[in-house]
Structures are given as C-alpha cells and as structure tokens.
Design a protein around this ligand. Structure first.
Ligand SMILES: [Zn+2]
Length: 309
C-alpha cells in the first residue's frame, strides 16, 4: 500500500496566457519537487480523461458541452475576466476530473491508501452552472458524486484549505446531508462567500480567517471547529481541496502559513480518515501562486500522506 500520485501533461499545456497567475509553471514546479528521492515510492499514474457523464452529475450535460464548446481552436477565449481558455484547456479540465475519479476508484479498490492529484485547472470555484475563478468544472464535487454513484459510498466529506472559499463546492454540498463541506479561508477575499453563518443543512462549516492570520490561528480553526465536525459526520471518504495559497509568500492573499502547517493539517485529516473511512483520502491541487512556496507546500503535503503507509 502506498500513496498515489496522478498527473498528466495536458494539465501543464492549459495556458491562460502570459502574466496569468494560474500558469503552467505552477504544475511544473510541483512535478519538479516530486523528483526528490523521498518520493520514489509513490505510485505514479497518468490521469485518464474524465467522463462527461461524471461531470454531468454536478453540472448537467448542457453546461458540460457548452464549456467544452467554448474552448478555442487557437488563441484564447475568456469565460470571465479571470477564467481564460487555450486550446488545451478542455482536455486539461477532463484530465483533472479523470485524475480524481480514478484516484477515488484506486483507494476504494485498495490499490493505494491515499492519493494526490497534481492537476490544473483548479475546480473549487466552479458552480454547477457557472465557471469562475480559473475553474471550469468542479472536479472535487464530481469526485464526490462519482464515489457515491459508482463507488456506492454514502457520506463524503470535502475539506478545503485553499485560501479562497470553495463557493462552487459549497453550492453542491449545502442542500445535501450526504455531503459535508468544511473550508478555512481568508475573509473577506475573493469570491466573497464563506461567512461563518453559511452552514448549509448543518453540513457546512466555514471558518473565515482575517488577513494576517498565522499558522497557529489556522490550526486552532481545525482543532476547535473543522475536525470535531468532521468526526461527528463520520465520512466514508475524505476528499481534500489542497490549495497552497494560504502560504505567507503567496502573492494573491494575506495569510501567514508555512509548509509545516500544510503537513500538520494533512496529518490531522488523515487521522480522521483512518478513524472513519479506512484511511481513504484523496486530495487535489487547487490554488498556490508563489512557485517556490507551492512546490515546498505540495511536497510537505504529499510527504505527510506517505507517512500513513
Ligand atoms: Zn485559492
């Protein structure tokens, strides 16, 4: 048993253009970090193309087709001022879905204890009927539905430690007591949602943190609010929106986390998965825009996943 690491060259090829923070160099930095000797024992796989049927469970068939049809044959197309497509973007978005759904299948089949999907574009801002915030499809919500409909699981938890609120994921989870969604994020900040009083049907936990909040503040949010609620929910699978833009070096936000804080939260989430979900945990890359901080934080995250093996 080991940790699965899934990626695909199509996810590097997606290119929103010069100067866009969600750049191909982000994934290249993560992939370079994974060449270090401590990562030799990872099970490495290329992401298959995700199925449109999987995507349609969250977004509906029409939306899926419309987003894929908006991918330009050359040059770029903007779905909104932040969300820019190049000709590889549709394939990249489908690879991101394929990465996380196949990782769920692998941990369900006992081929790995847990897994990390190093993919882009990110997904947690994509709402059922709206791409936004660099995100086309909500890969993690799609994976939750896949685990339920294909894997036969009941209760799925999604925990999001990206510095931005996962509005799209919350939109999918907030009316559905079979899903649990918890997010720590800077507030106020893009996309503007994620206040503490947004609690869904009692299955949503938002912990807004002010600009300047430290790793200690972050850990307290997990110890006092998110982890107890996660334990009470007793998930059969834990999915993690792993954005690393809460790092102190990140240019898009103002929290003060360090690599060790990402390792810490990963270990606490793994322990919860071990208590309730036979250790099944799958995480997916969301944000993180300082290349060095992103690479170091993703490495700390994967290293923490590997300690469970
Ligand atoms: Zn983010």
């Amino acid at each position: 048993m080991a940790t699965l690491f899934i990626t695909h060259p199509d996810c590097v090829a997606h290119d929103p253009g010069t100067g866009h923070p969600e750049s191909p160099a982000r994934l290249e930095a993560v992939l370079a970090a994974m060449e270090e000797p401590q990562f030799r024992t990872l099970i490495r796989r290329e992401a298959p193309l995700g199925s449109k049927a999987d995507a349609a469970r969250v977004h509906g068939e029409q939306f899926v087709e419309a987003v894929l049809a908006s991918v330009p044959q050359s040059g770029r197309a903007a779905l909104d001022p932040d969300t820019i497509l190049s000709k590889q973007s549709g394939q990249a978005a489908l690879r991101a879905i394929g990465a996380i759904t196949s990782a769920v299948d692998a941990v369900m089949a006992g081929e790995a204890n847990n897994g990390f999907c190093a993919v882009r574009p990110p997904g947690h801002h994509a709402e059922p009927d709206r791409p936004m915030g660099f995100c086309l499809f909500n890969s993690i919500a799609i994976a939750a539905r896949h685990a339920q409909k294909v894997g036969g699981l009941g209760r799925i938890a999604i925990v999001d430690f990206d510095v931005h609120h996962g509005n799209g994921t919350q939109a999918v989870a907030e009316d559905d007591p079979s899903l649990f969604f918890a997010s720590s994020h800077q507030f106020p900040l893009y996309p503007g949602t994620g206040a503490a009083d947004e609690t869904g049907v009692g299955n949503v936990v938002n912990v807004p943190l002010p600009a300047g909040a430290s790793g200690a503040n972050f850990r307290r949010a997990y110890e006092t609010a998110i982890l107890p609620a996660l334990d009470a929910f007793a998930p059969e699978l834990v999915l993690v929106s792993a954005g690393f833009d809460a790092h102190r070096a990140d240019p898009l936000a103002g929290l003060e986390l360090e690599e060790a804080d990402f390792a810490w939260v990963t270990s606490r989430l793994l322990e919860a998965a071990q208590r309730h979900a036979r250790g099944r945990l799958v995480s997916i890359l969301e944000g993180g825009y300082d290349l060095r901080a992103l690479a170091g934080s993703a490495a700390a995250h994967v290293q923490a996943l590997m300690t469970a093996n």
